[in-house]
Write a protein that binds this ligand. Structure first.
Ligand SMILES: Cc1ncc(COP(=O)(O)O)c(C=O)c1O
Length: 191
């Protein structure tokens, strides 16, 4: 990518994007330098707009478990988007792919797992876990059985309940977290 385009994207980004874990004022003013513009990915590596290659040890945010640039995955996404880009599961609506994937997951799952409930992220999965447990205990006539115990230093997400489960104060400070009912225990860490 040429320098002029990099400068334009950097300026647009500094002006319009709210980046987590980034000092807002220093980034917006340019004091922190340009953003890293990630352009392509292949296997375990990503390449930025200047052509510099990195081994992505973080795997995105720990979610690129099959690696970057998988043609068969891109083609499956494209096929599905052309056929049906979106539908919901409310009121017993389904699709061929959803039913087949769920059946496969349930067969692979340990113990007595019998249903799959879909979310869009780890945070909302953990939010749903808490709601299911609270709902279940209310139906059992145990409305006080609501406590959730999570570990210091554990990361469970950044939404209201999953962020409260997360055991690091910088995920809470100035955001009125943690919400009540989340208890804390020590980290499973020798030191
Ligand atoms: C153990 C764990 N739980 C929950 C989450 C939250 O997932 P997401 O970032 O998809 O909301 C993460 C994300 O890194 C995680 O590592």
């Amino acid at each position: 990518m040429d320098k002029q385009k990099i400068d334009l994207i950097s300026a647009q980004d500094r002006g319009a994007v709210l980046h987590p874990f980034t000092h807002l004022k220093d980034f917006a003013s340019g004091k922190l330098g340009d953003p890293t513009i990630v352009e392509t990915g292949k296997g375990i590596t990503i390449t930025d707009a200047t052509g510099r290659e990195y081994i992505d040890g973080f795997a995105g945010l720990y979610c690129m478990n099959v690696g970057y640039g998988r043609t068969e995955v891109a083609e499956a996404i494209s096929r599905q988007a052309h056929k049906l880009a979106y539908y919901h599961t409310y009121a017993a609506h389904t699709t061929d792919e959803l039913a087949r994937l769920s059946d496969r997951l349930v067969k692979m799952a340990p113990g007595k797992m019998s249903k799959v409930f879909y979310g869009l992220s780890g945070s909302d999965a953990n939010e749903t876990q808490a709601k299911l447990v609270w709902y279940y205990n209310n139906l059992r006539g145990l409305p006080k059985k609501k406590k959730i115990i999570s570990r210091d230093r554990g990361y469970h997400g950044c939404s209201v309940v999953s962020g409260s489960m997360t055991g690091m104060s910088f995920y809470h400070d100035f955001m009125d977290l943690p919400v009540s009912g989340i208890l804390r225990t020590g980290a499973a860490h020798h030191y």
